[in-house]
Ligand binder design. Structure first.
Ligand code: SF4
Length: 453
């Protein structure tokens, strides 16, 4: 944010220190406001003019836009950096699957099935495509409405409505208005007619220009009309142009603070790539180069999963190790005789250990201790994987109620915490497991056999 707390405090009228804003001083209020931690209207002594001025100056350089509603609402924009290593990218781009109303019933059903079924469990997260983009191509508005109705009734994902025909666009919008669909495209040709219809419902709008320059008067006009949840399409016709345009828009918004381009973008690998492989390569490039929504003509599990993992990698905060929740995990269908293992909550550690337990074919309980996203040995060295910390966790994670025995397998790399754990958990026998989790598939069946004996 360009405005600092010290700049704001100078403009607060009177500096009464009356605390009506909930802060002890005007200075404290100003500092919090500059960090985005409070709102300008909390101070009742600001004129409307000053409020508007401060809101404008404090607005994020790239507007936050919400598409969809409820649990499946997704947000794009609000990015603060050009390069991920400067801080982090914040809102991952939505991946949309294109469905044309010209397609056969079977094709439509197949795509609806794909968006619902292609979900992947990955390091404790569920990865999936987020949006369906419904395109009016048939020329028959009733056919388009039927498609929108079908998708609206059978899926819960966010929608992008694509139609050059304004009647078709807005009648489709009326069917699914409560889902906050993204309406595309608003152009210099249709903007005058579209504005009154746009104002009927609060929904995000995608603005299309033949060039970046053409976008500027369109977004300015919509903003003047109070329509601010905008998404930009600079009309790029090939990948080279598209990367250039995406980069120009991001840099203008962040480096020049040029408000008319301070919105997330939409990109169409489905239209600019000539074959499936190039389409996915373009989509991968758009994930890195700033697209807010990426529309694909089709996908299957083999093309979608790498793209989702790529998106996860780029939109993971590089300052924070990836972690999973501290809790007791069931691997397979463990019973009260099943082995109990312990590990740390670095996502990669969890993923490897749980995969190796699965590979052993011995259903087990896995106690995952919060180690602030560190691997076992690093966590131990940092004092976050000690017997003192693990003992209370084992007691409260619920494993004692799930098993009849009291045997806990600890990672071999931290064999030295055995003594501490025996003190912290006097009812438990502490067993030192393999140093490398790759040995679990060999270790666990033998251990399970010895338990039975
Ligand atoms: S309400 Fe306004 S004038 Fe009163 S302390 Fe807060 S910022 Fe200052």
């Amino acid at each position: 944010m360009a405005l600092k707390g010290t700049d704001i405090v100078k403009r607060l009228p009177g500096r009464k220190g009356c605390r009506e804003c909930g802060f002890p001083t005007c200075f404290a209020f100003a500092m919090k406001l500059a960090m985005g931690g409070t709102a300008v209207d909390k101070c009742p002594y600001l004129s409307e003019e000053l409020k508007a001025e401060l809101e404008e100056a404090l607005a994020p350089p790239i507007k936050l836009v919400t598409i969809g509603s409820g649990d499946n609402a997704m947000q794009i924009g609000n990015e603060e950096v050009v390069y991920r290593h400067e801080k982090t990218f914040v809102h991952e781009p939505g991946i949309a699957l294109l469905i044309s109303d010209k397609g056969s019933e079977e094709k439509v059903d197949e795509k609806i099935r794909k968006i619902q079924e292609l979900q992947f469990e990955w390091v404790g997260l569920t990865l999936r495509a987020n949006l369906l983009a419904l395109q009016f191509e048939s020329g028959d508005i009733s056919k388009y409405e039927a498609l929108v109705e079908k998708v609206y009734e059978n899926t819960d994902c966010g929608l992008v409505l694509i139609s050059e025909d304004m009647d078709a666009l807005f009648s489709a919008r009326d069917i699914c208005a409560d889902r906050r669909p993204l309406l595309y495209p608003i152009t210099s040709e249709n903007i005058e007619r579209a504005i009154p219809r746009i104002k009927e419902f609060v929904a995000p709008i995608a603005v299309k220009g033949q060039s970046i320059e053409e976008l500027v008067p369109l977004t300015s006009k919509l903003k003047d009309e109070g329509i601010e949840e905008l998404v930009l399409d600079p009309g790029s016709t090939n990948l080279l142009e598209a990367i250039r345009d995406q980069t120009f828009i991001r840099r203008s918004a962040l480096k020049q603070e040029f408000r008319p381009l301070g919105y997330p973008t939409i990109s169409f690998p489905c239209f600019i790539a000539k074959d499936g492989l190039k389409e996915f390569l373009a989509a991968a490039a758009f994930i890195v180069k700033y697209a807010g929504i990426i529309v694909l003509s089709d996908f299957d599990r083999y093309s979608l999963l790498p793209l989702l993992v790529h998106r996860l990698n780029i939109y993971t905060d590089p300052r924070m190790p990836m972690s999973v929740e501290e809790k007791l995990y069931e691997i397979g269908e463990p019973n009260e005789e099943a082995p109990v293992l312990l590990t740390s909550n670095w996502a990669l550690t969890y993923f490897l250990v749980s995969s190796d337990i699965e590979g052993s074919k011995v259903p087990s309980w896995l106690c995952v201790k919060d180690s602030e996203g560190l691997g076992v040995l690093t966590a131990w060295a940092a004092g976050k994987f000690s017997g003192d910390a693990i003992g209370p966790f084992i007691k409260k994670c619920g494993v004692e109620a799930r098993v009849k025995h009291r045997r806990l397998i600890i990672p071999g790399k931290v064999a030295r915490i055995k003594g501490e754990l025996e003190e912290a958990l006097p009812d438990w026998e502490i067993i030192v497991g393999p140093r490398d989790c790759a040995e679990i598939p060999k270790f666990l069946p033998e251990f399970a056999k010895s338990m039975k004996a």
